[in-house]
Design a protein around this ligand. Structure first.
Ligand SMILES: [Zn+2]
Length: 173
């Protein structure tokens, strides 16, 4: 990648109706770049993940502009997190797995044994983050893709819509 810090992708015109589409950088930060004065403000993706996709940004110069945040490209972290998964309906027993990458939207896990999970199945995931607190995370997820013992899934939104522990985990290191 030409610039590992800033991944900007301007889809459109300068004076615009179409908002600029922006992604998080490799550290999980989003850079808002004022088209009028060039001022850059930075926010962690964890902080804005649950806000509307289109954001109205008020710059220090007085200009207001719109950006669209591309969540699918939001920060994804390579991990080696041991944990357990179980089919949610009908409830199955917990089996061992390892999460090999994770983002706020979902994760990619490898099961320790053969399994019978299929696309669209709902699973319960329980795992610990490898941070100082060893934060325990429990999430429901929907299986999106299965390839042998490799399962990719999408997290089901939490009741509050917020996930501060995971958001913080994804923006450090
Ligand atoms: Zn400005």
């Amino acid at each position: 990648m030409a610039n590992p810090i800033l991944h900007f992708m301007g889809l459109t015109k300068r004076n615009g109706e179409m908002p600029k589409v922006i992604f998080a950088d490799t550290r999980g930060m989003i850079h808002f770049n004022c088209p009028s004065c060039g001022y850059v403000s930075v926010k962690p993706v964890g902080q804005i993940f649950n806000m509307p996709r289109t954001q109205h940004i008020s710059c220090v110069c007085g200009n207001t502009y719109e950006v669209e945040i591309e969540r699918r490209k939001s920060f994804r972290k390579k991990t080696h997190l041991e944990g357990f998964y179980a089919r949610a309906t009908p409830a199955g027993s917990f089996e061992q797995m390892t999460i090999v990458d994770i983002s706020l939207g979902g994760c990619h896990l490898i099961t320790s044994k053969k399994h019978s999970m299929g696309e669209g199945d709902r699973v319960k995931l329980v795992f610990e983050l490898d941070n100082a607190k060893r934060t325990k995370i429990e999430r429901d997820a929907i299986v999106c893709n299965v390839d042998g013992q490799s399962i990719r899934c999408k997290f089901v939104a939490t009741a509050t819509g917020l996930d501060p522990d995971l958001g913080f985990y994804l923006r450090v290191q």
